[in-house]
Design a protein around this ligand. Structure first.
Ligand SMILES: Cc1ncc(C[n+]2csc(CCOP(=O)(O)OP(=O)(O)O)c2C)c(N)n1
Ligand SMILES: [Mg+2]
Length: 355
């Protein structure tokens, strides 16, 4: 995707044929060579579906003013967090920006606690004080939910430094939006991570927009992953709409971080189906309805479901049954959040500093 003033070269029929043939070869057996059991493949599907259903309900609750303040949904991007998490160990650290519901769910924070946090209730994973953008559970090694764009990138290096210093085997995986890659701290941290050989994997979720600014208008070089070359760091572009590609490339990076203490930058090309936040329209003035519809054809959940179905791993009726079970879990999370109490006023003064 390198930017160039030269007009695009027209593809000849010959190259088109070659590309199509290559696609058929690639599509033939997407599961080949993957170390994923059928159970794990089904779990991956389930995790993506849970996020989608959770987000749909969160949108509805926002409309009903049960959820207030900032709320950024993850619809469309599910394959990024789920595919990456499938390549991680439970003990590995995860840290992300404010579009964090999906990451929190896949890292094992129960839907009840995530929904209660969105409602600002004391039973929420951050005791009702963090809200949508600050979902934490240190025991599960979910290190947040951070609202300052790019602010958590150096924190990830800190966790990775801690693991290395203590000679522990854990890897830190840090997700951030592409706009965060234009913050100075991104470059400062990548330099240090490479220099100090930190066990960290940086995953840039390039959903093409920073609020309403198309990334092409904000980046001098459009291949964001290439920025890692400045720090002699391994790098790759990933199809962020394909959970298996996410798994495969994250696994390589996580293994390299764990075994050789070499950090990696991955650029996951993805898309958000909804507005930037709940207060924004779905396409707004910065993108067209057609573009959104075109990207919806790449829906990571529908496509992965079709693949599992085609390979005889998961039938349509299994999927329907799972969907019902997940909808029940999400509905119960609403009940749980509704019934829970708000934090008491005295809590204003707790959890401010470490004891
Ligand atoms: C330091 C800082 N500057 C500005 C903002 C306001 N802001 C909130 S979200 C956002 C866009 C970030 O886009 P991106 O990193 O691509 O993440 P996405 O929303 O696409 O997931 C901005 C500028 C902020 N939160 N922090
Ligand atoms: Mg973005």
């Amino acid at each position: 995707m390198a930017k160039s003033a030269a007009p695009k070269k027209k593809q000849t029929n010959k190259t088109q044929d070659k590309n199509n043939r290559q696609k058929l070869v690639d599509q033939k057996n997407p599961l080949e060579g993957l170390d994923l059991s059928e159970d794990k493949l089904i779990r991956i599907y389930r995790e993506m579906l849970l996020i989608r259903r959770f987000e749909e309900k969160a949108a509805q609750m926002y409309g009903m003013e049960k959820i207030m303040g900032f709320c950024h949904l993850y619809n469309g991007q599910e394959a990024v967090a789920v595919g990456a998490n499938a390549a991680m160990r439970e003990t590995d650290y995860m840290i992300t920006a404010y579009r964090d519901h999906g990451h929190a769910l896949v890292k094992g924070i129960p839907a009840n606690e995530v929904m209660a946090e969105l409602f600002g209730k004391v039973t929420g994973c951050s005791r009702g004080k963090g809200g949508s953008m600050h979902l934490f559970n240190a025991e599960k090694r979910m290190m947040g939910g951070h609202a300052i764009v790019g602010g958590h990138i150096p924190l990830a290096a800190g966790f990775a430094f801690g693991s290395k210093y203590k000679a522990e085997q854990d890897v830190t995986v840090c997700f951030f939006g592409e706009a965060a890659a234009n913050q100075g701290v991104f470059h400062e941290t990548l330099n240090m991570a490479a220099l100090w050989k930190l066990p960290v994997v940086y995953i840039c979720e390039n959903n093409r927009y920073g609020m309403g600014t198309a990334f092409e208008r904000a980046f001098a070089v459009w291949d964001i992953y290439e920025r890692a070359s400045a720090y002699d760091m391994p790098r790759a572009v990933v199809d962020g709409m394909d959970v298996l590609d996410m798994y495969r490339k994250t696994k390589e990076a996580v293994d390299r971080a764990r075994e050789e203490h070499i950090p990696t930058l991955l650029e996951a090309r993805t898309y958000r189906f909804r507005g930037h936040s709940m207060s924004d329209p779905i396409h707004g003035h910065y993108r067209t309805k057609d573009e959104v519809e075109e990207m919806k054809a790449k829906d990571p959940i529908l496509n992965f479901g079709t693949l599992l179905n085609k390979e005889g791993i998961f039938s349509e009726s299994d999927m329907k049954e799972m969907d019902e079970e997940i909808k029940k879990i999400v509905n119960e999370s609403i009940e749980f959040a509704e019934k829970s109490e708000e934090p008491p006023l005295e809590d204003l003064y707790t959890d401010v500093y470490v004891d």
